[in-house]
Write a protein that binds this ligand. Sequence first.
Ligand SMILES: Cc1ncc(COP(=O)(O)O)c(C=O)c1O
Length: 429
Amino acid sequence: MISQETKLENKSQINTQTKAVNIKFENFIHTKENEDLFDKTLRVDNILKSGILTGYEGLGMVSVEKLSSVMKLKEKDGYCHDVIMLGSNSYLNVANNPKVVKASKKALEKFGMGMGAVSNYAGICELHRELEEKIAKFYNCEDAIVFPSGYGTNVGVISALCNSEDIIINDSANHASIYDGCQLSGAKIKVYPHANMKYLERILDKIPPEVGGRLIITDGVFSMDGDIAPLDKICTLAQKYNCKVMVDDAHGVGIVGKTGRGSAEFYNVQDKIDLNVGMLSKAPGGLGGYCAAKREVVQYLRLYARTYFFSTALPASVAGGLIEVFNLFEKDKAGRSELMKKTKYLKEKLINAGFDVLNTQSAIIPVMIYDEKKLFKLYQELRMQGVYVNIVTYPAVRRKECRLRLCVMKDLTYGELNKAVEIMKKLVK
Ligand SMILES: Cc1ncc(COP(=O)(O)O)c(C=O)c1O
């Protein structure tokens, strides 16, 4: 996020003075002539120490207590303060649900802290299999595979299934882990502008007939914009052009759709998705990721997905807790409707206050700032006034589309939401 101006004297106090400098993230990626490999790290270190606002002011901050709607954070200078939490992906806060905690504790006591081996070499216990079966049932699929990391799920699934003879077509707003998986696969990569179906069809139409390995990949709920991919149209095009469809529904599972089964349910195309990828780290409140698909596809992934084959399995305590989470999801009893009511309330309040929140359809609300200098100041001032939100700019989005990213949590009260909007209004003025 390193990129701009503005000077901050005391880390916990705002100084509105500005200083013209040109510090861009991408200027620190390459080793310059006559530099050694680590010199660029010193250049970054100097900037972080300089007091110039970079958007990384939250770096080094820690939670002092478990996740809740108002919680204590400790800044890197030791300053402790309460914030209204509008920055967590644990939208339903199920990680602190008593049933989930109890199941997790029971598994911890039975299996200890870690599994000590990769999944294929006896690194899993019966809880991992039970979790996979639950996820498969949730998606009405034949089987599912659980990876120890969400990022590694995308990288592993894509690079296992695609190779240099294949073509992958991506939405431009897809998550970084999808792009990294595409790069690693060696497949030909095509990108269509965000949700632009005409452009997608143009790409599909130009694929040479002899290329049989075709995969369209899209986020379900887009992590930075909060909107839902037009999966109805994508599935129709996929059928027409003989493509497989992969959806990363990291921010949709447990949240959107009639019963919380995600973006495919929202568009009623659940039976048309070939690879149902999701993360266990967002609404499910744990860690890891999964892919639910046909039996033989999952079996193939167990053998060929390197981030599965060569990485130690999830701790049993996480798998045990997640089984309870999917029990709640299955019955739609994790508090989704309360979350959606509060999301609608906050979205309307922000719109009425004059903020641009794009076309969000989920619990992610972007608040567009469009100016990095303002963004960096606002992010810092908001935190110091007791509102925690995430800051988003390059490389996550284009600089001119920089924004604050608010995540609604079910446990937030209407009073807390009102207070957060009042503080935002005051600061933006
Ligand atoms: C859409 C999407 N996919 C994948 C990931 C990676 O998941 P994890 O954080 O569990 O590694 C994220 C996390 O930010 C995400 O937003």
